[in-house]
Write a protein that binds this ligand. Sequence first.
Ligand code: ZN
Length: 444
Amino acid sequence: MSYSTVIEGASFSPSSQTEISYQARQLICLDNNGYIARVIAHTDPDYATVKQTAQANDTLTTLQPNQYVLPGFIDLHIHAPQWPNAGLALDRPLNEWLDTYTFPLEAKYQDTDFAKLVYDGLIQELLANGTTTALYFGTIHNAANLELAKACIQYGQRGFIGKVAMDNPEQTPDYYQDASAQVAVDQTEQFIHQLNELNQTTDLKQTPVITPRFVPSCTPASLQGLGDLARKYDLPVQSHCSESDWENGYALEHYHMRDADVLDHYGLLTDKAVMAHGTLLNDHDYDLFSQKQVAIAHCPISNVYFGNAVLPVNRVLAHHIKTGLGTDISGGYSPSLYQNIRQAVMSSRMLQDGVDNQLLPDKRGVDGSAISVKTAFYLATLGGAESLHLQTGKIAEGYLADLQVVSMQNDFQTETTDNIFEKLMYQTSKADINQVYVQGTRVK
Ligand SMILES: [Zn+2]
């Protein structure tokens, strides 16, 4: 049996929500369809033969002692058009940030050349940061959304892409909105067909996603129409849910229902739905998400600025809710999921201990909230994969070969494997990510 690529080296992979597995030396064998066909331990009798064959075929990549293979990361929530604003205006409240900074920028994607310029740069940046799959919000403009899909195909990233629907004239500016509910729904359906057509040209399929921006920016008619489309085409859905006090309060005020219940009412909480943030979800919402198998995209950096609370990840996982990690560019400033892994751990520790030093220790925090860096790694890999129904996020036979090879600079060869893993999670920068594979193809 010959393989398209054989990687010889050490690896870390998530084995559960709290544990990782480590292999010191193995052959990771990729097949021509982009899957991991076989993982051969150093003690396996076939090891030498498979290695020799790969060497003879010039398909062997042998890693250095300070290099490690990890699964590629999955960004479960990112606004592609907001990339030029990353790092800007994070001190503003969410509604002001949208009106003053975000909507004017997104409106510019009417210009397809501008879209191509930004998206070409963004996809390369994300791949260079080890992100092999991303769930994208686009804009209302399908020509620009297609540019995003083309950039994913050209540079080799698996994209899930949504034409943003936003037709509520009271909550969207007149220069950037769908002209009516019918237009929002029709354009969404048009994009589904356009993307399916584009997919005929590539093995790396891009998936259309039903994308009501969030409850405030949509009318009941568009929410209904989008829910119908999700069912008709059996497609993923993405939106924001209970992200901030303002958003959480909007549904209560206008619908007299919880934000999650409004989305559910219109058929948008399916087992393929991914809801961003959820910082203000309550136990009723968790039960609903769990029952409907809705996933949460946890965006810890963004939440510091706009979330008005810390998502209690352990509590969410205890409700058996699928959970992954998102950058939420540009509510979050960093395109790196490593940075979000770190922030997820840090935020959870602050939730655990509390932050008001005038309170006694037993009143200050929420017990049992701290997550480990292993759990944050799980969110960035397997948790995201499960949320998108993808067989990836893990180094094992039958999984998609979405991988990153990282090197540890601060390596003195005296560490336990847990220590090496922890240092990799905390110290890896873009420059340390040496190779990236998506569906078996090397893209960096
Ligand atoms: Zn968002």
